[in-house]
Design a protein around this ligand. Structure first.
Ligand code: SF4
Length: 372
């Protein structure tokens, strides 16, 4: 179906898309953590784009970074040093892990970007933490207004909430297509769809999602039936690993990572003060592993695994991503407790080592499916 190539194209041409936006005299703001309230950037008439890395070597970043920096942060920093993000008018991140915090300083020193902003995100969701986060989001709003030279009105915030909530609801409907046996879309396609939503104007993405949902019942070439898998991890900003999984008999029908369900699962409450509602939604969303709310995070993982009749799980632990490395053993236990075989796989954000990864995934899927 051609509609899938539209999402893929958005992803592969994301730098051009952003530059075209900028050519209209508008701002492009890069972000790197899903605790960044994109609605504010949208309401300032700027384009929010998630900063992804690449699977190339990171020799530019290696000059500046210690060896035990997570390879995703390293790769994003390398892309910035290479000039891939020279068009950004600003870069914003959140205090979600030590790697991200310290890399922010490196961007400040070595990447020439006019505006940098750091959101201090609490680790818990107590009322005190919500009050603090609201103050942080208000501070972000003020600084965005200065850099974009635009007042962010309540009406613009409400519009942004509507557009973003629409996107979340549409993405959920698309994800529901994976409940079917066999699923109507593959794990690779689902990842391309979510990643493209992170770098595209949401109105345009919503149009494409509506088209996809209208056309999908007539799909003539659905994905092949395979071992129904849940995948879990921190971020997955490329499709290489899922391509491997689905080329050796896996069928990824559920995910639990920041570039998947955790990104869009929760809506902003559209009936209340928009800034309060946005702040509450982001701090209270399905938690990432730097948050203390492990019970809620695992609860979400188990729920989607059960809803989608998952047969096994793969936890992708990015090398030196300490927050997920701490979580992984407990998550393995929780998943085994509901009867799922689990593979915990450490990987580098790079093409090297993929052959070894493939061997392990293939052996795991053969074991689960009982193939000798
Ligand atoms: S959460 Fe993990 S993968 Fe993400 S930036 Fe932090 S250490 Fe890297």
């Amino acid at each position: 179906m051609n509609i899938f190539s539209s999402f893929r194209d958005l992803l592969s041409t994301r730098h051009e898309v952003a530059k075209n936006w900028k050519a209209k005299g508008k701002h492009v703001i890069g972000w790197s953590c899903t605790y960044t309230p994109e609605e504010l950037i949208h309401a300032a008439d700027a384009l929010p784009v998630m900063v992804f890395g690449s699977l190339e070597s990171t020799k530019l970043a290696d000059v500046h970074l210690p060896i035990n920096v997570c390879s995703f942060s390293r790769s994003c920093f390398n892309s910035a040093l290479k000039g891939d993000y020279d068009y950004l008018d600003g870069f914003v991140t959140s205090s979600s892990c030590d790697n991200r915090n310290k890399i922010f300083d490196m961007w400040r020193y070595y990447v020439r970007i006019p505006y940098l902003h750091f959101i201090n995100t609490p680790r818990s969701t107590t009322e005190l933490a919500h009050d603090f986060f609201y103050a942080e989001i208000s501070r972000f709003k003020t600084s965005l207004e200065e850099i974009c030279r635009k007042t962010i009105s309540t009406a613009a915030l409400n519009r942004a909430i509507q557009v973003y909530n629409d996107n979340r609801l549409l993405l959920k409907r698309v994800y529901d297509l994976r409940k079917m046996q066999p699923p109507l879309i593959s794990g690779v396609e689902a990842l391309e769809i979510v990643l493209s939503s992170m770098v595209t104007l949401k109105e345009k993405h919503n149009d494409l999602l509506n088209r996809l949902l209208a056309e999908i019942p007539n799909r003539v070439n659905p994905p092949k039936r395979g071992v129904r898998l849940l995948v879990s991890g921190s971020v997955m900003d490329n499709t290489e690993l899922l391509k491997i999984v689905e080329s050796v008999g896996g069928s990824v029908v559920a995910d639990d990572w920041c570039t998947g369900s955790r990104y869009f699962w929760n809506l902003v409450d559209s009936g209340s003060d928009p800034l309060v509602a946005i702040a509450r939604r982001y701090l209270g969303k399905i938690p990432s592993s730097f948050m203390l709310e492990q019970k809620e995070r695992f609860g979400h993982t188990i729920k989607i695994a059960k809803q989608r009749d998952v047969e096994a799980a793969i936890i992708f632990v990015l090398k030196f991503c300490d927050t997920h490395m701490f979580d992984a053993p407990q998550l393995m236990e929780v998943l085994k407790d509901i009867g799922l075989p689990v593979l915990c796989l450490e990987w580098e954000h790079s093409l090297s080592g993929m052959a070894q990864v493939k061997t392990r995934i293939e052996a795991f899927i053969e074991m689960v499916s009982g193939v000798e």
